[in-house]
Design a protein around this ligand. Sequence first.
Ligand SMILES: Cc1ncc(COP(=O)(O)O)c(C=O)c1O
Length: 345
Amino acid sequence: MPVISAPHAFNEGDLFVDLASICGYPLYLKCEAFNFAGSIKLKAANEMVESAERDGILTADSVLVESSSGNLGVALSMIAASKGYRFLCVTDSRCNLSTRLLMEALGSEVHIVADQDSNGGFLGTRIEYVRNLCASDDRYVWLSQYTNAGNWLAHYRTTAPEITRRFPDLDVLFVGAGTTGTLMGCARYFREYHRPVRIVAVDAVGSVAFGGEPGRRMIPGLGMSMRPPLLDESFVDEVIRVEETDTIRMCHRLARHGFLFGGSTGTVVSGATDWLSRHGTRNITAVAIAPDLGERYLDTIYQTNWLQDLYGDQVLDTEESVRPKPLPREAKPASSRAPVRRRSP
Ligand SMILES: Cc1ncc(COP(=O)(O)O)c(C=O)c1O
């Protein structure tokens, strides 16, 4: 084990969970939560802060400000505390309580916006608030995860190479899409890889990231209420959308096997399982990325009252959530959830 003196100096990049016995399909889950920020966002935060320091944008009297649904806010809080910067996180009412408390415990200020934007999300309102702040005082430095190339470069430099080190024969990669930093970094890397890898983006129903109708989304992390500026769809082979009820069921199925993951992981694994059920899985090497763990969702996804209030009494009342599917011998029949876009690899 390494010896470190700064919290952002440690990040476990080589842990994968074999989900075959839980999901019934050959699927490896890359776990991104084993660092002091507890999520994949540590990578983007590190890259963006270091590049702003190199460029002289971030100085000792700067105040970092960022719009985040939570995890980037925690990662930046940790880095800011370690490096001695002030940090203000602009988030919204969907941010988990524990995530907000974490940021405050690390010494950050948290501002919560309450007004929805025209797409029914909060992103537009959050960004407007940050813009006004930056216009009011030039000590504010906005790294802007939505447009900052460091967001995808972090994954091009770390996440994708970590996957290929363990799975050089990778066939298909499932990546959840928020800002699309993870997606674009991995997709760009694999476009240059020595063999074709199918890149499948997983989005939440109600997100407008890849087009489609805006709708209610209560689980933070995945999905956007605007088109992600970092997204270049020419690098994406397929997009699948997952209902929040399926996210919740998959989270609970994993938890019943002792793996307490966050909402995005439930979404990505649900989408990946569905995709694998519709394709031949013989000799296929498939990896999905798990952005965080479940502790931050104890008062939401893992809380019965919250679930029943939002999704009805029956949300977990299904065999799906408690029993693994049998391992398939080969291809499975098509399911009702169709991909929204497909391109040959
Ligand atoms: C829990 C969770 N899921 C998904 C994502 C989406 O990742 P990205 O912004 O790289 O698309 C994030 C990033 O904030 C996250 O924290």
